[in-house]
Design a protein. Structure first.
Length: 232
């Protein structure tokens, strides 16, 4: 699994800050990775889930004279009230592109709060950038580029330029005011927002983590066994 390889190769011990932004949108038809994971779920959520859980125990451990705890920022749409379909997180029973994407939205918000609960030596935060003018929605309507162009044009009044967002958010990423506030969520103006009510329910949070483990667990186990076989 590429996410585990990235985590293994990342110099996490020396890092102050990690920002997780990689994402896509689910297309009209279900697409899967080589491991059989729904493509949007794999890229937009589970890759972050695997990387964060792998690096969190030693993130920033070897930094010289650190002033603040190491930080991880997970970009998604926290605070939007979305729930994951924990019985079909991988969209194997039924598929709908927005339903599949909402699994990633809910998963990322759960990832932040679960990590904040388990990893006391780092601070983890959620970022909700709203709609930024990028190509991430290009896959939403498959090969119909004209429809994508029309939708992007109609929604342009709701979007902001990447440079505007980065100017607003960058000072917050390194602000000492965030120290010890792990689990906080922020909108595209760097203002604190409330998490979704459902994700603050411990039983729901546990169900999302368990569903995530059911998808990635066998893949990671298979990859480890293959690595051990090559080494022996």
């Amino acid at each position: 699994m590429d996410a585990k390889r990235v985590a293994d190769e990342m110099p996490a011990d020396q890092l102050d800050l990690v920002v997780m932004t990689t994402g896509t949108m689910a297309g009209p038809k279900r697409e899967v990775t080589a491991e059989g994971v729904e493509r949007d779920l794999a890229i937009s959520y589970l890759s972050r889930y695997v990387i964060l859980n792998a690096i969190a125990p030693h993130l920033g451990r070897d930094r010289p004279q650190p002033r603040l705890k190491p930080r991880v920022f997970v970009m998604g749409f926290p605070g939007s009230g979305q729930s994951a379909n924990v019985e079909d997180l991988n969209s194997e029973k039924s598929y709908g592109r927005m339903k599949a994407h909402m699994n990633t939205v809910a998963g990322n918000e759960a990832l932040v709060l679960d990590a904040a609960r388990r990893f006391f030596d780092i601070d983890v935060f959620g970022l909700n950038p709203g709609f930024v003018k990028t190509g991430i929605r290009g896959n939403l309507f498959g090969s119909n580029k004209l429809l994508v162009k029309i939708i992007e044009g109609l929604s342009s009044f709701m979007t902001i330029e990447p440079e505007v967002y980065s100017t607003r958010i960058t000072p917050m990423l390194v602000s000492p005011d965030l120290e010890g506030r792990s689990g906080a969520m922020f909108n595209n103006k760097a203002e604190a927002i409330l998490p979704s009510k459902n994700v603050t329910d411990p039983s729901y949070l546990r169900s999302v983590v368990d569903a995530s483990d059911r998808v990635v667990g066998p893949i990671l186990l298979s990859a480890r066994r293959a690595s051990e076989a090559r080494a022996s």
